[in-house]
Design a protein around this ligand. Structure first.
Ligand SMILES: Nc1ncnc2c1ncn2[C@@H]1O[C@H](COP(=O)(O)OS(=O)(=O)O)[C@@H](OP(=O)(O)O)[C@H]1O
Length: 330
């Protein structure tokens, strides 16, 4: 597979040895030998459970008309994929996009490029909904962003695939990830004890997968070996909550869609603390995502949070430089 030559040096202000060595280490979150993941095999079960709950909430909802489906059309490979990040807000984005008549998306996470690649592209195509001319086929699998083999595999399917990454403050993302795991396995160690290799020295355990996923710059570097930056859209997970219509305008522009999903489609539900979808021309109840989205996070000691913020600072800085966007996490 041919690779793009990307000169990241052009985007650097000064070399940052620690971050660069992490970024260049080529470590993969899901490489069993290198990443300490207390979840390991459980991870898969956990995500499957999560996916089912997500889908239930989608089916129960009144939104997601899933485009102009009338049984006609053909199944096509996706032209756009939400590749990450886990706990970034990927389900919300996909559900918001499904309101658009020119988007058809598969509800479940196919995990084709990371777990099911040996099943072949025809298996993958079969999972897709039918589309008619002018409609875009989409899927979301948040683990793609951090899995080493995936960029090359998507490139091999089509070098023109448009990629969307929903990113969120890596500290909050890690706590969200931990909260999800704990909801299934209440006996896991505390967040604090998993964060530190050595609590006395404050040394962070950067091999814990919940922390590795948030080193966005390192993962992005692998994608840029295959895809130009212009083919990747970075959506702010925070703004997707505070200004869903604004973020959706960016996404629709990126996908070259008419801006049909607008502020009229959103209703902020103060009890849930999140925007929910509503039908603009009806009084029907807005549809919020299910209870696996927007869980209450445990209180993490401010010192631990501060240590993590310091840990991520250089990675975030690098990520802002690489993407040309300041996400305001620091
Ligand atoms: N509108 C709306 N409703 C509910 N939740 C919302 C919404 N927009 C973003 N979010 C945030 O999405 C977080 C879950 O992210 P993902 O869907 O990417 O999770 S997963 O990786 O698919 O499990 C989820 O994380 P937690 O709050 O930690 O549960 C939410 O903060």
């Amino acid at each position: 597979v041919p690779r793009f030559a990307v000169d990241l040096d052009g985007t650097r202000t000064k070399p940052d040895t620690v971050v660069d060595s992490f970024i260049n280490s080529g470590k993969d979150v899901y490489s069993k030998t290198r990443s300490r993941d207390l979840l390991n095999d459980e991870n898969t079960k956990d995500e499957q459970g999560e996916s089912k709950a997500e889908l239930r909430s989608v089916k129960e909802g009144t939104s997601a008309p899933t485009g102009a489906y009338n049984g006609t059309g053909t199944k096509k490979l996706p032209q756009a994929i939400i590749i990450g990040v886990k706990k970034g807000g990927t389900r919300a984005l996909l559900e918001f996009l499904r309101v658009h008549p020119d988007i058809r998306a598969v509800g479940a996470e196919p995990h084709f490029f990371d777990r099911n690649y040996d099943k072949g592209l025809e298996w993958y195509r079969e999972l897709m909904p039918k589309t008619i001319e002018g409609q875009i086929t989409m899927e979301k699998t948040p683990s793609y962003f951090v899995t080493k083999e995936v960029p090359g595999r998507i490139y091999a399917m089509s070098k023109d695939t448009r990629l969307i990454v929903v990113v969120r403050d890596p500290v909050t993302r890690a706590i969200s990830d931990y909260t999800q795991t704990r909801s299934k396995k209440p006996d896991i160690p505390s967040f604090e004890s998993l964060t530190f290799k050595n609590a006395t020295t404050g040394e962070i355990d950067s091999t814990w997968s919940a922390l590795q996923i948030g080193m966005y710059a390192r993962h992005l570097k692998r994608w840029l070996q295959f895809f130009p930056l212009s083919q990747i859209l970075f959506v702010s997970g925070e703004r997707l909550i505070t200004d869903p219509a604004g973020e959706m305008a960016r996404v629709q522009d990126f996908l070259k869609l008419r801006r049909l999903v607008t502020e009229k489609h959103f209703h902020f539900n103060p009890a849930k603390g999140f925007p929910c979808l509503k039908k603009p021309s009806s009084n029907s109840k807005p549809h919020c995502l299910g209870k696996t989205k927007g869980r209450t996070h445990p209180n993490i000691h401010p010192t631990v949070v501060r240590h993590l913020q310091d840990f991520y600072k250089p990675f975030n800085k690098k990520f802002y430089l690489m993407t040309g966007q300041d996400f305001g996490w620091d």
